[in-house]
Design a protein around this ligand. Structure first.
Ligand SMILES: NC(=O)c1ccc[n+]([C@@H]2O[C@H](COP(=O)([O-])OP(=O)(O)OC[C@H]3O[C@@H](n4cnc5c(N)ncnc54)[C@H](O)[C@@H]3O)[C@@H](O)[C@H]2O)c1
Length: 333
């Protein structure tokens, strides 16, 4: 199959590309390096330095593709409250331009990586039949992209699947970005014996998925008819852990003995967020292969191998006021 992966220099996109190449697929992809790392690329796949928002270029490079897996995004949930224009452009506009170019090139299927931000604050674990209730611009842009994808695919008769990953961790994830990826931020600080920085009291809870447990689901989605026109949560629903306990685990593995530091909680942060994996179990035989400890260890090993480093505050904060986290305003992380 000819498979095009947007955001291929990113964490999920690059892991998926390397995995699918081993499975014998021909892989193509693009990125604009807002996120990701250049060394996530490989000469085993064809790379285009193209922004998804550039429809004309996307229309050219999607020629002859069978499936498009749309991973490109500004995956910034908390930050989207303070830089909504930047985040929305690279979620909504980038998605619609990609979908439009894919459909105009007669692809057979579009797979869209959404986010559990689509669920917002409601009873957990979140199931796919719940109404969407996003509570920040990131989640709103993901839901708007989902709706437009379904609409366009119905009209133009293209197959689709919407996948809902949640808190993915593992090798190739950006760990020097102060605005997202809590586990990588903790490890990148604590390896350098800097304390974990926690928003609120740390009792907010999440489930963490090893990236390999997500890409095997995406592979299933390429051809498995059960996934046609379905929204599917991917990743484990086991080992629901508080952020404070996660920081404790990071202290254990890094040997950091500095006390965690607590800052004011961030506006709109969902307290308890976990997704049910029942539908994935039923439709694609999902089974979690990586434990949380194992996922932390593999993220830790990756950062150690590449080298812990200072955080890069490369994005502008569009809205700076008393609600903007001090950690970002004053570059504390
Ligand atoms: N990592 C997670 O925990 C998580 C959780 C839920 C959903 N997701 C979703 O999964 C997908 C992949 O996330 P990730 O963690 O790999 O993020 P990532 O930032 O590592 O990768 C995204 C890539 O997209 C690229 N990109 C952004 N805007 C672009 C544009 N306009 N044109 C071209 N490239 C662009 C970035 O440069 C980056 O390399 C995203 O859609 C994200 O919203 C991720």
């Amino acid at each position: 199959m000819n498979i095009f992966i947007t955001g291929i220099a990113g964490f999920l996109g690059s892991n998926l590309a390397h995995y699918l190449i081993k499975k014998g697929h021909k892989i193509y992809g693009n990125d604009n390096f807002i996120g990701g790392y250049k060394d996530n690329l490989s000469d085993k796949f064809k790379f285009f330095d193209v922004d998804c928002c550039n429809f004309d270029e996307m229309n050219k490079i999607l020629e002859n593709m069978d499936v498009v897996v749309h991973c490109a995004a500004t995956a910034y949930e908390g930050f989207s409250v303070f830089s909504p224009s930047f985040v929305t452009k690279n979620i909504y506009e980038a998605s619609i331009s990609t979908f439009s170019a894919a459909i105009s090139n007669n692809v057979k299927k579009i797979i869209f990586c959404s986010s559990m931000a689509r669920y917002g604050e409601q009873n957990f674990p979140f199931t796919e039949d719940m109404n969407t209730k996003p509570q920040d611009p990131y989640g709103i842009a993901k839901v708007a992209s989902e709706e437009t994808l379904k609409n366009l695919c119905e009209i133009h008769n293209v197959d689709w699947t919407i996948l809902v990953p949640h808190n993915i961790v593992g090798p190739r994830q950006k760990y020097d970005d102060p605005f997202r990826n809590v586990l990588s931020i903790f490890l990148n600080r604590m390896i350098r014996n800097k304390p974990a920085i926690i928003y609120g009291d740390g009792s907010q809870k999440r489930c963490f998925s090893h990236v390999d447990d997500c890409i095997s689901c995406i592979e299933q989605t390429l051809q498995n008819k059960n996934t046609s026109k379905e929204i599917i949560n991917i990743g484990p629903d086991e080992e629901f852990i508080s952020i404070k306990d996660l920081a404790d685990k990071c202290a254990n593995i890094t040997g950091c003995n500095e006390k965690h530091i607590f800052y004011k909680d961030r506006p709109q942060e969902v307290k308890f967020a976990t997704c049910s994996a029942n539908k994935a179990r039923k439709l694609i035989g999902y089974k979690t292969k990586h434990t949380l400890d194992n996922s932390i260890k593999s993220t830790y090993d990756y950062i150690i191998k590449r080298g812990a480093k200072e955080f890069d505050y490369k994005f502008n904060i569009e809205i700076e006021n008393e609600k903007t986290p001090e950690t970002w305003k004053n570059k504390i992380i």
